[in-house]
Ligand binder design. Structure first.
Ligand SMILES: Cc1ncc(COP(=O)(O)O)c(C=O)c1O
Length: 441
């Protein structure tokens, strides 16, 4: 008998994340440096409980929180989100500068994690066979969306401050030559402490990328959007951030400005953000700032998905923000991740062979280790198998590269997360990996 499954269902491959999680669960002794989970021990139990208690103490506040909300999201949270982004980008200016209206709450859509925003944005812009340009490497769950929807991806190499603009231009040129620009819909960039490399994109590169995309729009015949994924923006714990957090718990402009602030391009930037990483991934509240007509399209799609993110969770978050619990927690979280990153760095220095390279990122959850080319790290490699025997798991680098037939997928890297492992497990996990690597490098 034929299957009743849709083309999309038949096409959708098992996400690597499911496999990684199943592997972790099946081996209780395994130290996982693979999961992008947030730090369990610092999840804000008291802050969330106090906020929920406050909300549910009286029918006046409890009943609205337990009722459906609107598709676009809790108004106070949208307002705060818009103001917060404006402050992050433009500082504490009271007068709204040119471009400041990009940060209007009307453009903010609250979603079930930023993941839902990424999914709906791809759905709103792309038909099967359309093309997206991604970083090489990129966030592998976004690659799942690309695969599932039958989209084609082109990868652009990265430099220490973001994508290689010359390479981006060559990719755009080649699409133009082949008459494929009308299929190109968006450039997806993870701009802060990127998952998986830890790289932060400079503001200058965002400006230049937007200008380049604009240049090719005439031939494309439609807008080409920059989808800026800023999931890790608030997890900045570089030296400056630490000093500032100690002096002043308010968040200030310590990371490069977002693409939202680029003058003249407000209608081409889709910004995806999340409260999962800086507060609680279990609340799973994220957001987008979108230009028309994408905003209306995505809001309608969300109307069909779920007609609104869980109201109680949004209100809990809004309350935690209003009472200062959010900012206080974020300050503590930054110090904790700074410490865990330092533990991983020290372990890498001590246990990994000198031929393995990595960079310091100053934020996010990851180290991206580059082995000598030729030493494979994929799931079928000797290194991966030996790591599993040693009860330690990492994300093979190849998982983070799009299927792009114009280049070979690099297969000699690994993503190492200090997000959820304890400091003791980070030390032990890196030590075990070091033993494996010293035999092959
Ligand atoms: C780069 C990036 N974007 C988006 C997300 C989605 O996070 P959430 O849906 O919890 O907001 C993640 C999660 O790990 C991520 O790493």
């Amino acid at each position: 008998m034929k299957t009743a499954l849709s083309a999309l269902a038949r096409r959708t491959a098992a996400p690597p994340i499911s496999w990684l999680m199943a592997t972790t669960l099946a081996r209780p002794k395994l130290i996982s440096l693979a999961a992008g989970f947030t730090d369990n021990a610092s999840l804000p139990v008291r802050e969330a409980r106090d906020s929920m208690n406050d909300l549910l103490r009286s029918p006046q506040t409890g009943q609205p929180a337990l009722q459906y909300g609107s598709t676009a999201g809790e108004p106070k949270l949208r307002e705060w989100t818009a103001n917060h982004l404006r402050r992050l980008d433009l500082g504490r200016q009271h007068v709204v500068p040119p471009g400041g209206k990009n940060y209007s709450a009307d453009r903010v859509l609250i979603t079930n994690g930023s993941q839902q925003l990424l999914y709906m944005t791809a759905e709103a812009l792309c038909d099967t066979g359309d093309i997206v340009i991604v970083e090489d490497p990129t966030y592998f769950v976004f690659l799942g969306i690309v695969q599932s929807h039958g989209l084609r991806a082109r990868g652009v190499r990265m430099e220490s401050d973001g994508i290689d603009l010359a390479h981006l231009e060559r990719v755009l040129e080649s699409l133009k030559r082949r008459g494929e620009l009308p299929r190109l819909k968006l450039l997806y960039l993870v701009t802060y402490f990127q998952n998986p490399t830890g790289i932060t994109t400079s503001y200058a590169k965002k400006v230049a990328a937007l200008k380049l995309l604009k240049k090719y729009e005439r031939v494309a015949g439609h807008p080409i959007y920059l989808l800026e994924d800023a999931a890790y923006r608030e997890l900045n714990f570089g030296r400056d951030a630490l000093l500032r957090v100690q002096a002043d718990r308010q968040v200030g402009p310590t990371t490069p400005k977002s693409a939202l602030s680029v003058r003249g391009f407000a209608d081409r930037v889709i910004y995806a953000g999340t409260y999962s990483k800086p507060f609680a991934s279990g609340l799973r509240v994220g957001f987008g700032v979108l230009p028309e007509p994408v905003l209306t399209a995505v809001t309608r799609i969300k109307g069909n998905h779920d007609f609104g993110t869980a109201n109680l969770l949004q209100q809990t978050l809004a309350h935690a923000i209003a009472t200062g619990r959010y900012e206080k927690h974020l300050g503590a979280l930054r110090r904790r991740y700074a410490s865990k990153a330092a533990v991983m760095r020290a372990a890498l220095q001590k246990h990994f062979p000198p031929a393995v390279k990595w960079d310091e990122s100053g934020g996010g959850l990851y180290f991206w280790a580059r082995l000598p080319r030729g030493v494979k790290t994929g799931v079928d490699s000797k290194v991966f198998k030996a790591a599993l025997v040693a009860e330690v798991l990492y994300v093979p680098g190849a998982m983070c590269y799009a299927d792009d037939a114009t280049r070979r997928k690099p297969d000699y890297e690994m993503r190492l997360s200090y997000g959820n492992a304890s400091e003791a497990n980070i030390r032990e996990g890196i030590k075990r990996l070091g033993v494996v690597l010293r035999k092959v490098v």
